[in-house]
Design a binder for this molecule. Structure first.
Ligand code: FAD
Length: 551
């Protein structure tokens, strides 16, 4: 967020001054937005930045305990600069939240600058090398040009010039969410699938048939059910992420011409894809870890590390529930447009709302096209349900905000359904619009069918209630799922090998390319400091006296 903020929110002069220094690491920066008291509700941040026209400086202050900045990565010890988000006051008037670039530590001594208090926030579930920090200001002075002024500006005399459009500041936030989907979600899914599939090809356990050799655990159908959907998820999210990246690039180009038409849809899609993608990734990492039994619980499997990184993405850069509710606002607004007799044809991902109902009459088949349509029917029906629930509550006298809150569980579910319809349809479109060899197309189709079948079976109630799926068809989806698992089995190891993740990145005793699982587990165990001496000093100190005490 430090670099994207400088690039996205600095003037050309500010970019010239700071971006090069940040790029070549002559300054190390972090992004300080969240405070002890507020994360999601940015307008509630309490850090103040007051302009002093006499000295042409800003004065930063942390007026309360809850205004302490809390969480910024690398803030504890590694960084000497930060983008700080604070409430701006000029000419005695409150102007809202703005970004400032602040030097935190002296570049030579690394001591905190005068008026700045910095600490590390303490041990966390994971990411403990990141030294997330806290930060407080006491009358810290900044030159005027250290407010990032690409959009809003403060002139020398303190005159405030509003941003031509508040939405222009969304760009940085959206970019980081796009990058989370593009780089983190897909990479965590692929890493965990690679480790668990390779391990499952090496590990033999129990008996399938009495007297025969113990099978590879990858031959158990339940094991395939834990792992193959993760391979499929990796690929469907790669396609979704590519769409999101292309859309981001197109919308950014439009923004340069101050054309904001496509921004709300991009924002809505980035929110739900970040939320659903990171949640799916966390669940998938857990599934892969469980698939490796006890060895999956070892740090040297790398699952604890991957999981702690993955689950963190559910919270940072927009907490997932909050993001789903943001997408829901856009969905309800689009639906309202249609209800008022207007069309939404300019919105790429919304046009299904005009026709999903007509699909409910078609007979069910287990083809990708039919299943994709079913995802749209579920999403459309859920949005319709939310729209009319809110309307009914408001008509009965409830305040709009209360009606929204009263419907918010259903709203998050509608956003999730919309996101899944998008992800599936993007994958199917990718299959249709690319020239793959027949063999590859076969495998990619199996993976598409598998993920459709799994997502439908996990939300069977929704599909029975809202789509052309009838109870009599459920058996066919279960059969499709089982058939896909069987057909994917011979290619499973090849598929994860094709992700091409080097051993150094996997960093896992279970998932290395050579498959020497047991040798690596023992080698890792022998690195433990507890194996340095045959008898640990705790024996003489505690165990021996305890044994002799006759307790
Ligand atoms: C590993 C990690 C790294 C981070 N790095 C940084 C960093 O570098 N810089 C930085 O500034 N911050 C950072 N953060 C902070 C992060 O951005 C916030 O934690 C996040 O925005 C959520 O805010 P919060 O913690 O205040 O949670 P809250 O907003 O208090 O959320 C708590 C609960 O309230 C619910 N809730 C809140 N508002 C609503 C609403 N309107 N409707 C419904 N439910 C709601 C949420 O869904 C959630 O269940 C980091 C956090 C983590 C975990």
């Amino acid at each position: 967020m430090f670099l994207p903020s400088l690039i996205g929110q600095g003037t050309p002069e500010q970019q010239e001054e700071w971006v090069e220094r940040a790029f070549n690491n002559s300054i190390l920066g972090t992004y300080a937005q969240t405070e002890l008291g507020h994360g999601t509700f940015i307008r509630g941040l309490e850090t103040t930045c007051t302009y002093d026209p006499e000295n042409e400086e800003f004065i930063l202050n942390s007026p309360t305990l809850t205004s302490y900045k809390w969480w910024p990565g690398g803030l504890g010890h590694s960084c000497n600069y930060a983008i700080v988000l604070a409430q701006l006051y000029t000419q005695g008037i409150h102007r809202g939240i703005h970004p400032f670039i602040v030097q935190l530590r002296d570049s030579e001594t690394w001591m905190p600058m005068p008026g700045i208090k910095i600490g590390e926030i303490g041990s966390k579930m994971g990411m403990n090398s990141v030294n997330n920090g806290y930060l407080a200001f006491n009358n810290v002075r900044l030159p005027r040009m250290q407010m990032l002024m690409k959009n809003a500006k403060v002139h020398k005399d303190g005159t405030y010039e509003k941003s031509p459009n508040e939405k222009l500041t969304y760009g940085t936030m959206i970019l980081v969410r796009v990058l989370i989907v593009k780089s983190l979600v897909t990479s965590f899914l692929m890493q965990s699938a690679t480790i668990a599939v390779r391990y499952s090809a090496i590990r033999r356990q129990s008996e399938l048939k009495s007297g025969e050799r113990e099978p590879q655990i990858l031959d158990y159908q339940t094991q395939q059910y834990k792992l193959f959907p993760v391979i499929a998820s990796s690929l469907v999210y790669v396609c979704a992420a590519k769409w999101l990246w292309d859309k981001y690039s197109a919308v950014t180009a439009q923004l340069k011409k101050v054309d904001l038409d496509q921004l709300p849809e991009l924002h809505a899609m980035a929110c739900c894809l970040k939320a659903v993608g990171t949640t799916d990734a966390s669940i998938s990492v857990t599934s892969c870890r469980l698939a490796c039994g006890g060895h999956g619980y070892m740090n040297c499997s790398n699952f604890p590390n991957i999981y702690s990184l993955t689950t963190a993405t559910e919270t940072y850069e927009g907490e997932n529930t909050v993001l789903l509710l943001q997408t829901a606002r856009f969905l309800i607004k689009s639906y309202e447009t249609i209800q008022k007799g207007n069309n939404v044809s300019t919105l790429e991902m919304m046009s299904y709302l005009e026709k999903y109902n007509s699909l409910k009459q078609s007979p069910w088949t287990t083809t990708l096209d039919c299943m994709t349509n079913a995802f749209f029917q579920v999403a459309g029906s859920k949005i319709d349900d939310c729209y009319f629930t809110i309307k009914r509550l408001i008509d009965s006298g409830m305040a709009q905000e209360d009606a929204w809150n009263q419907t918010s569980i259903k709203l998050t579910q509608a956003s999730e359904a919309h996101c899944r319809a998008f992800v599936i349809s993007t994958y199917v479109k990718t299959l249709k619009t690319n020239q793959f060899s027949p063999e590859l197309m076969d495998v990619l189709t199996q993976l598409g069918e598998l993920i459709c079948a799994q997502w439908i079976l996990c939300r069977l109630g929704d599909f029975l209630q809202h789509s052309n799926l009838k109870p009599i068809n459920v058996h066919s989806i279960q059969c499709l799922l089982e058939d896909c698992l069987e057909r994917i089995r011979p290619n499973a190891v090849g598929l994860v090998d094709s992700f091409d993740i080097p051993d150094e990145i996997l960093d896992s005793a279970l998932g290395a390319y050579d498959g020497n699982v047991y040798e690596r587990l023992l080698a890792e165990a022998n690195k433990s400091p507890l194996n340095k001496e045959p008898v640990n000093r705790s024996f003489e100190l505690y165990i021996k006296p305890f044994l002799k005490s006759n307790m």
